[in-house]
Design a protein around this ligand. Structure first.
Ligand code: GH3
Ligand code: MG
Ligand code: MG
Ligand code: MG
Length: 302
């Protein structure tokens, strides 16, 4: 399978004829998205999953390409998307300005089809390689689920999206109950195996690709739930409790239950009950987890 097959290219130009010309060159190898103005380009770039490359016209009414580029590069969710300017402005200072804004490359109109294809292919290959390295850096070695670095980045991204859209965002903090006793009695190797099973069980529960389940550290996990209110988060939390119970991992030394169980803290940012920042949302989930622990464990706290 070619790497390029799944890559998506967003073409932004105010002239539909230019979009068609570029799309005709690239549609055999890439999935194509198009926008005829800056606002639409920003909207498509912010979607999950984001495009792998943006071909960006400079001269457009309302918002020009330099402004679009500036905004994309100053947003956590979109800054990693490479941008190639495609423009009739051949002036040296325009090119310099574009590159200084963080553009990856520059193509002048009228363009050579072969050179457009080659430059696009090079940028896409680099992007896919970077994505693969990033994926390794974002995964927990023991459990093979996203790690804390991934969680932190996702939370930052979703918090950024949220302030634009005025929507809800929920967070779950999860901690295995009396896991020290588990390790003490069954051994560290069994403890690691238990962590793997719990991680995989938690990871399977959310149905939406935008939700993120991560190992936060030790025997703690965290879940980011975009566009989810407290009711939705509580519902998912109960399913997570159930998924871990269903594993039925014996824990004869727990005072909570004869099997491994978890406690979950739920916190939600919503237009009605806003939190100041992502850190405050996390603190709130930690406090809710503490509630669940102090109320007897093996439950959801708020
Ligand atoms: P509580 O119900 O209050 O959460 O009690 P607890 O025993 O789970 O809490 P505590 O934080 O005291 O213990 C966490 C234990 O998790 C300590 C450590 O032995 C174990 N642990 C943390 N990371 C790992 C790991 O990577 N592998 C294994 N096997 N154990 C781990
Ligand atoms: Mg134009
Ligand atoms: Mg703990
Ligand atoms: Mg614990």
């Amino acid at each position: 399978m070619s790497d390029n097959k799944q890559a998506t290219v967003l073409i932004v130009d105010d002239q539909p004829a230019n979009i068609h010309a570029l799309a005709a060159l690239l549609k055999k190898d890439y999935r194509i998205l198009t926008a005829t103005h800056g606002e639409k380009a920003l909207e498509l770039a912010a979607q999950a999953p984001p495009p792998d490359l943006i071909l960006l016209d400079i001269v457009m009414p309302d918002m020009d390409g330099h402004e679009v580029c500036f905004r994309l590069k100053n947003d956590e969710a979109t800054k990693a998307i490479p941008i190639i300017f495609v423009t009739a402005l051949g002036e040296e200072q325009d090119e310099e300005h574009g590159l200084n804004l963080g553009a990856a490359d520059y193509i002048s109109k009228p363009f050579s089809p072969a050179i457009v294809r080659a430059r696009v292919r090079n940028q896409i290959n680099l992007k896919l390689r970077t994505d693969r390295l990033e994926q390794v850096a974002m995964q927990d070695g023991l459990t093979q689920i996203p790690n804390r670095r991934h969680f932190d980045q996702k939370l930052k991204e979703e918090w950024g999206r949220l302030t634009r859209n005025a929507k809800s965002l929920s967070l779950l903090m999860i901690d295995i109950d009396q896991f020290k006793f588990y390790n003490d009695h069954y051994g560290h190797g069994a403890g690691d195996e238990c962590l793997r099973q719990v991680a995989q069980a938690l990871y399977q529960v959310p149905q939406r690709p935008v939700d993120l389940v991560a190992r936060y550290g030790g025997e703690e996990f965290a879940v980011v739930l975009p566009e989810t209110d407290e009711e939705g988060a509580a519902h998912l939390a109960r399913r997570l409790l159930e998924a871990v119970r269903a594993l039925g991992i014996e824990h004869a030394y727990s005072d909570v239950a004869p099997q491994v169980s978890i406690s979950i803290g739920v916190a939600t940012h919503s237009p009605q009950h806003p939190k100041h920042n992502a850190e405050a949302l996390k603190r709130s989930a930690d406090q809710a987890l503490y509630q669940a622990k102090s109320q007897g464990r093996n439950r959801v706290g708020f």
